[in-house]
Write a protein that binds this ligand. Structure first.
Ligand code: BGC
Length: 748
């Protein structure tokens, strides 16, 4: 069925977006090239293959690899993924440039998620910094290393909003909030892409996964999503709209059904919204085989129909399903797919190739000198250390157990993860070398030799990697007794626990999100003999640790911090860095509270009653364990003197005074939350609409100002139109989503 037939009456406006092609400075060049291309060559641009390992050797002798090799030579491949390293990339680029008829250079895509070799913290951890410039820098370091090994395109940032910590991919995103998520999306895209895509240290970015993948039902990987228009428009889509405004080069769709339609085949998302309403002028890449997966989803009857539906819906490039390369030509010849759809997709892809400068020099990212010089470069290590420190969140510090004195004696470190150099690298690090993180022990070594390390029970069995589940040790208690014995006489205990780095990421959903294996038991047994415990947690998602939060005096959330993990943690432990991170995702008390998020709606029965008919659980509190935006410092901050000037409704000025009441300097993330108490589409109890990270010396005060424009005051209605409703608004400014000073104003 052709697109024209399918949408003849109801969706005519869509056609405008199909045939309207993105304006760019390269239009004339693109037109000229397109005019020379055969249909097969055009479809080839829409085809992306995964690398084959013998690419650099003699031509592959058989199977898939041989076919891919042949297609490359014919110019039937627009991009390769998972081919990296100057040698490999150059070899394939030469093959295509020298042997294919038109010599159109390839895009080389790779999942550079939080670094290439030098690893920054996992993205969720970076989000905890609320430091947009540091996040931009971190993405720029990743781009510099990636571009030095021949890559010109990353499949990052992931900007899926998620409210479900069971879903393993929350480690890849920026958490639950669309406002923070949109800001971070822009920072990451700017870091990857810079101001000039053709520069040798920038690469094209990908906003993924379009859309709503983070709402997988029950947090189960690849699961269905059912998301209503209000949530879609106001929570799921804003980071994507921001990404488009930041000129992201590509957008990746996803594996999920959204309201019954696979997003990969969603014309509504890809044509109406992305390319239509937002005027996105980059291209859409499918997720891995997601066009082929239209068949097992029960949406297309076979691969050919999947190709038809994917192309019509605006998926411009097919990642590894081979649907386009096998079927689009006959679909066009049979009149089922309009050739204009192909032309439009190819234009978009060629535009990015021109912008990357590949037509001027296809080998511009293939410089052996740069490859040698830049990987694991010292400045990059310094950069990711800075990012790592800023990502740490201090969750509890009773009795000022922290920071440790520099000459502190008799420290006992317990926990298998404390001397682990691999797990702290986190998930999604396809090119990094194993065991390259600075361990916690190595970090401590920079400060003192006066500590003892006892491993405690083994955390996991066997080797770990990206493809398989971590095998957690849940029954071998050897090492437990030794740890308890050592704990009896220690002054201070640093207990390092968490999730293994490969317990989060793709394919890693969990139904329980407590500390895995024997760790909880270990903590309780140690606590029974010595209460001076500093818990250092390394995890890729919020964890349920109600007992620890209640009973232990000090807790540091250290996520998985990448290459410089141990150094960052040691600097926080000894007070050389005063923690400043704030949670980008709510920590539930128990799994049963999920989805739990701060920007929820009120019910009509939110007030506590003596009888049961109010919104609550029989067996659990409503409150989270740690709320969104929460994080302590070694300093203390007080908020006062909120001033509001609402004279100009299009620009309401708000200010607050923040005072550091302590004797140490510290950083604070000043957060502004808004609530519109009466609205035609009911608004959440509060929504983050501004934040600023400030540094305050001891006893210093600063006035922090915000502007509230229609962008902050409005919302999308059911028709996806931006609406600002006059009337009263409440605001809260404070150090997390639950505490702050309150004020109100009237919007005329
Ligand atoms: C993931 C994408 C990733 C792609 C390529 C898929 O399984 O969902 O996020 O970019 O693989 O590695």
């Amino acid at each position: 069925m052709s697109l024209l037939n399918r949408y003849k009456f109801s969706l005519l406006p869509i056609l405008a977006s199909v045939f309207m092609h993105a304006q760019s400075t390269y239009d004339a060049k693109i037109d000229a090239l397109l005019a020379k291309m055969t249909l097969e060559e055009k479809i080839g641009q829409m085809n992306q293959y995964n690398g084959f390992y013998d690419a650099t050797g003699p031509a592959p002798q058989g199977g898939n690899a041989a076919l891919k090799y042949e297609h490359l030579k014919k110019g039937w491949v627009g991009s390769m993924l998972n081919v990296h390293g100057v040698g490999e990339v150059r070899k394939l680029q030469e093959l295509v440039v020298n042997e294919s008829r038109l010599g159109i250079p390839l895009l080389f895509g790779f999942d550079v998620i939080h670094g290439y070799k030098t690893l920054a913290p996992i993205p969720l951890a970076e989000a905890a910094s609320w430091d947009l410039e540091a996040i931009r820098q971190s993405a720029s370091i990743a781009a510099t290393e990636a571009a030095a090994v021949g890559l010109n395109w990353t499949f990052a940032p992931m900007i899926d909003i998620s409210r479900d910590a069971r879903w393993g991919r929350v480690m890849e995103g920026a958490g639950e909030d669309p406002y923070l998520g949109a800001k971070i999306a822009i920072a990451r895209i700017q870091g990857f892409q810079g101001n000039d895509l053709s520069a040798p240290n920038t690469i094209a970015a990908t906003a993924k996964h379009f859309a709503a993948y983070g709402f997988a039902e029950a947090g189960k990987e690849y699961n269905t999503t059912e998301v209503g228009t209000n949530t879609l428009y106001n929570f799921v889509l804003p980071p994507f709209e921001a990404a488009v405004s930041a000129n992201v080069s590509s957008v990746m769709n996803g594996f999920n059904l959204l309201n019954g339609v696979p997003v990969t085949a969603s014309s509504f998302l890809q044509r109406d919204i992305l390319k239509g309403k937002w005027n996105f002028n980059g291209f859409v890449i499918s997720d891995w085989s997601s066009i082929g997966e239209l068949v097992p989803h029960g949406y297309a009857k076979d691969l050919k129909e999947a190709a038809e539906l994917g192309a019509e819906a605006g998926s411009d490039m097919d990642m590894e399903s081979k649907a386009y390369i096998q079927h689009l030509k006959s679909l066009v010849e049979e009149g089922k797919v309009d050739e204009e759809i192909i032309n439009e997709a190819v234009r978009r892809i060629l535009k990015v190739k021109f912008e990357l400068g590949l037509f001027d020099d296809p080998y511009r990212y293939c410089n052996l000198e740069r490859e040698k010089e830049l990987l694991y470069n010292k400045a990059h290590q310094q950069g990711v250390l800075d990012m790592a420190k800023k990502s740490i969140v201090l969750l509890k510090n009773q009795g000022k157990l922290l920071p440790l004195q520099k000459d502190q004696k008799n420290i006992l470190v317990i926990g298998d993860l404390a001397d682990d150099k691999n797990s702290p690298l986190g998930s999604w690090r396809l090119a990094s070398d194993n065991d390259t993180a600075v361990s916690v022990l190595e970090g401590l070594d920079q400060y003192t030799k006066d500590y003892k390390f006892v491993q405690g029970p083994k955390y996991f069995n066997d080797d770990t990697d990206f493809l398989y589940h971590v095998k957690i040790n849940s029954d071998d208690r050897s090492g437990m007794e030794e740890a308890i014995e050592a704990a009896k006489s220690a002054e201070t205990i640093v207990l390092v626990v968490g999730e293994h780095g490969f317990m989060s990421g793709e394919g890693r959903s969990r139904t329980t999100i407590g500390l895995p294996g024997l760790q909880h038991e270990l903590i309780r047994k140690i606590h029974a003999v010595n209460k001076n415990i500093i818990l250092v947690m390394m995890n890729g998602r919020p964890l349920t640790i109600p007992w620890e939060a209640e009973n232990l005096p000090a807790i540091i959330e250290a996520w998985q911090l990448g290459s410089q993990t141990g150094n960052a943690i040691a600097q926080v432990l000894f007070g050389d860095y005063n923690p400043s991170g704030k949670l980008p995702m709510t920590f539930p008390r128990s799994v049963g509270q999920i989805p739990i998020y701060y920007n929820h709606y009120s019910t009509a029965r939110a007030k506590e009653e003596p009888i049961v008919f109010w919104t609550h659980y029989t067996d659990e509190k409503n409150e989270p364990l740690f709320p969104f935006g929460f994080g302590l410092s070694y300093a203390n901050f007080a908020y006062s003197d909120v001033q509001i000037d609402a004279a100009k409704p299009e620009n309401i000025k708000v200010s607050v005074v923040v005072t550091n009441t302590s004797d140490v300097a510290g950083e604070e993330v000043v957060q502004l939350y808004l609530n519109d108490p009466v609205s035609r589409i009911v608004r959440p109890v509060k929504e983050l609409k501004g934040f600023e990270k400030i540094t305050l010396g001891p006893k210093e005060s600063k006035k922090v100002s915000f502007s509230l424009t229609h962008k902050e005051l409005g919302y999308y209605n059911q028709d996806y139109r931006w609406v600002v409703e006059p009337g009263s608004f409440h605001l809260m400014i404070g150090s997390n989503s639950q505490e702050g000073v309150h004020a109100s104003f009237i919007l005329e």
